[in-house]
Each structure stands twice: as C-alpha cells, then as structure tokens.
Design a protein around this ligand. Structure first.
Ligand code: TEU
Ligand code: CA
Length: 562
C-alpha cells in the first residue's frame, strides 16, 4: 500500500485547553473570544490545526469532559456566535478547528440522563447502562472507574446501578442502543456543517461494552475491566458505522484517544481501507515512568522509550497513521518530565525534545505552553489541586498507607493540573492571562517564561518549534519528514536517541542527547548538511560524524548522504 496523501499528513496540531488559555473578560476563566485574540500567535508558530478541549455546556466536574448539552457552548466560554466567529477567524488564517467529541459518557446533568434516571420504563432508560444489583446488593461486576473505586453507582430510587468508567457524574452512554448512536451522529453533522476540521474523540476505544458484562480478571495493569471494554470488536464496528453515516461525507482529521492500545490496534483504527479514523493517541510512552493506576513513579528509561516510539513508527508505516505527542491536558509538563527544568538546561532540553518528536512520522501535537517550555508547578499542599483525578489518586495513596508527603510528591510529578495552570502570555500581573482572579493560580516563573519573551527572542524554544514546523510543512525535507521510512540507530544506547528517516534520495539523521553530560558517539554517515542544531554556537564545527561530542541535551538534524 502506498499512502494516498491527505491534508492532515503534514499538519501540526496545537492543543488549547480553553479554561487556561486566555481570559478576555476578567472572570478568571479562559474563553473563546480570548482564543480569537491569540490566533495570530498560533498562525505565526505555523500550526494549521487547533484542537479545542471541550467548550460545550457542562457542570465542569471534569472541566468540560462532562457534557450536559452537545449543541450549546458553556456560558463561561462564550456563545455559539463566538464559536462561529472562531471558526471564521481561524479559517481566514488557514487554521482548522478540531473539537473534542466526548461521547463515551455525558454529564449526569444531561437531559438524556435525567430522563433515563427518572424511571425504569422511561424511553431513555436504555440510553445508559443500568443493571440490577447482585443478589447480595453489590454492583453487577467488579469493574473499576478511572476516578473512583467502582465503576457502578446505585440509584436508590430505581434500585439499579449505572455504569461510569469515569466519575459517577459521567455516566456511560449505551452504544448498543442504535438511538444513542444516531443521536451522536446527528450531533456530529450539526458541528461538521459549521465547518469544523474534525474531532478528537475522547476515550473512543471504550464505547463498546460486551453485552454479558463479565468480571475483570486482570488487576495489576490498569483500571480493572479494561480487557473487556477497550479496543473490542464493538468499538471498531461503531466507528465504521460512524464513518459510514458521518465521517465519509467530510474531509476531516479524526484522532481517537485510546489508552491500552497495541500497534495492532493502532492499525485497525487508522488503516485508511478500514474506514474508521485518521489516527489515535497511544499511551505506551506516557506510561513508562509510572504505574498510573497504582500511583507509583518509575524511573524514565530511554531504551524503553525508544523501543516504544520505534515500534509505533515501524508498525504503522504505510499501514496506518501515527500521532506523536509529548504532552496534553492530562500529562505533566514535558520539559520537567523528560528534559530538565533547571535554568541551565530548560531551553536547550525543551528544544531537544521538540526536535526528537517533530522529525518522526505522524501528526505532531503541541500542547499550549509546551512551545514556551512551561514547567511543572510546585504544589505545596493537596488543597491546591483542582483535578478530581488528583484527589482520587491522593486518597488511594493514603489508603495504601503512604504519607501525605509521598502523596504530594507523586502529584507534583504527575498531576494533570500541571498542564492546566494558566498559559503565560507576558510578564505582567497573572502573566497576561486574566485581569481578574485566575481559576487556578499561576506558576510564579511566568516573569521569565512567557510568550512575549519567546516571540521577541529569536533563539527561544518558540522559534525552534516554528523552524521544526516549517521543515515539516514547507521545506525540501517535507517529504522525508512526512513520508520517510524510520530506522532506529543503536537501540541499546541509554543516553542518546538517534534515528534515521529516508525517502527517495534524501536521508535525515536525528541525534538527541537526553542527558546533562557530554556524550561522544560515532556514526558511519557522511554529512551533507546541518539542518537544525539546538546549540547555535557550534554549527560550523560539524564536519564529520566519526567522533562527535554532543553537549548536554544537544540535538541535531543532519542531512546525510543516502
Ligand atoms: O482521558 C482518558 C483517560 O484515560 C485519562 O483518565 C487518563 O488516563 C489520564 O488522564 C492520564 O493521566 C480523557 C480526557 O483526556 C480526560 O481529560 C478526561 O478526564 C477523561 O477522558 C474523561 O472524559
Ligand atoms: Ca473569561
């Protein structure tokens, strides 16, 4: 198979978490008019797709991932007219807007659930997943939830349990019911007709629930039950139906968020001939430095990281499409996690991470502030966290007998709130994010790390990202970056990540030092040209790769002879 070109093959996506991006009216909450104000900033970066985390009406128990009306905008984010203006203004700048499609579950405040809950014979009863208790009154099976110990909550009034893989305020829709599926498809048409560029599909690999609801048998590798409700045949069947009814009629980017996937699953979802979705977010590489389920930290192992990324690069080559990312609204800040956020190495290591990822095949995603090298914030106490998952993990750790300090330390490494701290625009009060009280307090380092500084400084991380995007979209290296073959060099090297991309008569070698030490290596390639180097001072010193000494966190892209 050779890949038929699609517009999103050379796209670079910029993710916005609206609540934390830019507040236009001083209520402390980012909003859609605030996003419109910053479109020029995103356009200058070079990104041509924006993925908006949910902006729909919601009680915001999970900051919008709990939707109470799919066809309304949350008032704190603006109005439908604002949303239409955003689409219009983005389009003027050749930027497409991808919205979040959260349809594994709704909010418990959604009228569908309110009706469903009202009585056992309500016509919408079967829109959600209701089951009788076991004879001893306990839940129908032993599945866990991502945010609570149990995936089932008893509704006292009707005497049945309902299923929620996330919080009890996020009941799971019953995709086995065709009326539910068609309601979702209608809603998708509603948005796509407004000129949307596509959807990011929240936990879309979990929509198929086996009709017999079997007990989980695996308890040490994720939320119990995942072997039954993730990536099953039903999920693929529903996606193909969705493609048939909706997606085939639009030329859009679709990316499925899919924890617990293998590369084989990745091919099933993204092979163009299967008519499902464009690409998926896999979770393997963001799972190697922790056991999320058990809230346990593990050392980051570069050899394992390389093995995972390389396997995805290779297994999907011409058999599907990758998405590549370091961070998003659920992950800690990339530079703190994989690079170094100490003043000496923050800039250079953030650039190194960017180079490593942006030369891979697949569609790269940038999370707001990543292009500035924003860092994790230090939280002093558990009360400072906002995220419901942080609270759940903390309780879990306390129950296991860990100390409050240990609990706090884990969250300071991994809490989702690190990503949700407001964006740094400039060095003025509250980083120019708001004139009011920010909904989540800022990181105090905004006086040094902010967009204005980065735009003005030609050697900033921001400009490094800009150059990487330009290489992918409009340079002689476009085809090799977008369509080239990928080859890992020295898989066992625990400090340096080197790989090659080849396409027709071009080859690019990418070398990244993941340590704060000098590293000397030998490569048997001949340099044609130094394409990008995150140390600007020694560009001319590279004449041969026979013995190169990489500086701390140095990363280079070199065109080599084929
Ligand atoms: O995330 C799904 C998911 O798997 C997360 O619980 C993930 O394990 C964790 O956040 C990563 O550390 C999606 C959304 O991205 C997330 O923001 C929502 O809270 C969740 O679904 C429920 O909609
Ligand atoms: Ca606001």
């Amino acid at each position: 198979m050779s890949m038929e070109p699609r517009w999103w093959h050379d796209a670079v996506v910029y993710q916005i978490y609206p609540r934390s991006f830019n507040d236009s009216n001083g209520d402390g909450i980012g909003d859609i008019p605030g996003i419109i104000e910053k479109l020029d900033y995103i356009q200058s970066l070079g990104s041509n797709v924006i993925w908006l985390s949910p902006v729909y009406q919601s009680p915001m128990e999970d900051n919008g991932y709990d939707i109470s009306s799919y066809r309304d905008i949350a008032p704190e984010f603006g109005t439908m007219a604002d949303m239409e203006k955003l689409l219009f203004e983005a389009d003027k700048r050749q930027i497409k807007i991808v919205m979040d499609l959260v349809v594994n579950h709704t909010s418990d405040q959604h009228p569908w659930f309110q009706e469903s809950k009202s009585s056992k014979d309500n016509p919408k009863r079967d829109w959600y997943i209701w089951k009788d208790p076991k004879s001893d009154g306990t839940p129908p099976n032993n599945w866990e939830s991502f945010f609570e110990p149990q995936a089932w909550t008893l509704d006292e009034a009707t005497g049945q349990y309902y299923l929620h893989l996330f919080s009890h305020q996020q009941p799971d829709l019953n995709w086995a019911n065709p009326d539910v599926r068609h309601a979702v498809y209608d809603m998708m048409h509603f948005w796509l007709k407004k000129g949307l560029g596509g959807f990011r599909m929240d936990v879309i690999n979990m929509i198929g629930k086996p009709s017999d609801f079997p007990d989980a048998t695996i308890f040490d590798a994720g939320v119990a039950g995942w072997e039954h409700w993730s990536n099953n045949l039903l999920a693929h069947q529903y996606l193909r139906e969705m493609h048939d009814h909706v997606l085939q009629h639009y030329d859009v980017l679709t990316v499925g968020e899919t924890p617990f996937t293998t590369t084989l699953d990745g091919r099933y979802y993204s092979h163009p001939d299967r008519n499902e979705i464009s690409m998926i977010f896999q979770f393997e590489h963001v799972s190697i430095d922790r056991e999320e389920h058990n809230a346990v930290k593990k050392p980051f192992d570069l050899v394992q990281y390389k093995e995972i990324m390389s396997r995805w690069q290779q297994d999907l080559y011409q058999k599907g499409w990758n998405s590549v990312y370091w961070s998003n609204h659920d992950q800690p800040r990339a530079v703190s996690r994989y690079g170094s956020d100490c003043p000496q190495y923050r800039v250079v290591s953030a650039k190194m991470l960017a180079t490593t990822l942006h030369c891979m095949s697949g569609t790269p995603y940038i999370y707001q502030g990543e292009e500035l090298g924003m860092t994790n914030k230090h939280f002093e106490s558990i009360e400072e966290f906002n995220d419901l998952m942080a609270k759940f993990h903390y309780e879990k750790m306390m129950k296991k007998g860990l100390s409050p300090e240990e609990g706090l330390a884990f969250l300071n490494d991994f809490s989702r709130d690190h990503a949700r701290v407001p964006m740094h625009w400039d060095s003025s009060n509250n980083a120019g994010f708001t004139n009011g009280q920010p909904w989540l307090p800022l990181n105090s380092n905004y006086t040094e790390i902010n967009a204005q500084q980065a735009v003005d400084d030609k050697t900033s991380i921001y400009h490094h990202y800009r150059q990487l995007i330009e290489l992918r979209k409009a340079s002689p290296y476009r085809d090799v970056i977008v369509y080239g073959r990928y080859e890992l060099i020295e898989p066992e090297d625990a400090h340096v990540y080197a790989y090659l991309r080849r396409h027709e008569q071009r080859a690019l070698l990418v070398i990244s030092n993941f340590t704060d030490q000098l590293q000397t290596r030998h490569y048997s390639f001949n340099i044609e040209k130094m394409v990008l180097n995150n140390y600007s001072d020694d560009e001319l010193n590279w004449t041969s790769l026979k013995a190169v000494t990489l500086k701390p966190y140095q990363s280079v892209i070199i065109e080599v002879a084929c």
